[in-house]
Design a protein around this ligand. Sequence first.
Ligand code: DP6
Length: 359
Amino acid sequence: MTDAQFIPKPYTKSLNSGAFTWSSPSNIALVKYWGKRENQIPENPSISFTLNACKTTTTIHFSKKEDQRDFSFTILLDGKEAPDFKPKILTFFERVETYLPFLKSYHFRIETSNSFPHSSGIASSASGMSALALCLMSIEKAMSDNLSEADFIKKASFLARLGSGSACRSIEGDLVVWGEHEGIEGSSNLYGIKYPYEVHEVFKNYHDTILLVDKGEKQVSSTVGHNLMFGHPFAKQRFEQAGNNLSQLKGILKSGDLEGFMSLVEQEALTLHAMMMTSNPYFILMKPNTLKIINAIWAYREKTKAHLCFTLDAGANVHLLFPDYEAKQIGEFIKNELVAFCQNGHYISDRIGFGAKLL
Ligand code: DP6
């Protein structure tokens, strides 16, 4: 499997201008991606729930231009020019030009907005980069004769990965695996695939309530974060552990073993943070309220035997995962006891979703 499969055959149709709009969700990893090699190749396989409410909607307007020497685009966030986003998009265009050879032939006006507040501390790179990749794929599709749905999705995920690793897991739902794993047929380092095995009913409609503990800018960019795994004293063990956890999760997802699920997911979250705390330089991305929430969850679980667990990304916010049939009781607990730990009482009630949509 090489990258060459994503270089398109000469296009059969020409387009002067047009527009496409996609909405693409965020995702929350159960087994975390942390550490990558050159060209956005992950050091270990990861798996995530695709979310539903947290999403980015992006419209690309494209128009043919005379001068084809450079990339040309403007980017607007919520209707306002957002020059801060330009470098990331330029890097993305440079990385994907080989696979989308039309990029220098058009001027693009990229209009984007997120369903979650910009300053929520929720990373928009997964939803944003996947929405952008999908819009570009729609342009390619309009210029091609016979691009199958499956090839469209695979290449969209491949391109999204080159924008931001975790973005390749946002194209489809409700569970997506990215990274080669011998126990998961069809898994690839180049793109995400829908989890191909049986999943117990209890995981359908799973909830993810995101407690916004710290809405500030990310303290450590993901690129800096991933680089911390180079020469990390525990890197080798961590990458092995992720693979083993994914193998174990396969059985858990099939049998509906919620105890096993909670323990694996929390271990993954804390390992991610442990990696950051033990790297050089080191970081603590949890805040006092992150720990207060974790302790409150554990006490509540002890008392009620509810199936509520947490996971974390590379920040202080806490994702609360729980099954639909316990949502009422757990919802009360969140409102009564956890919301107090959120910045300005802000949180987002989300649940598992089914991937991006062409609008
Ligand atoms: C902690 O996908 O944001 O959320 O590839 O550098 O853009 P880049 O990194 P990114 O890393 C996400 C890391 C994580 C875990 C995960 O989503 O698997």
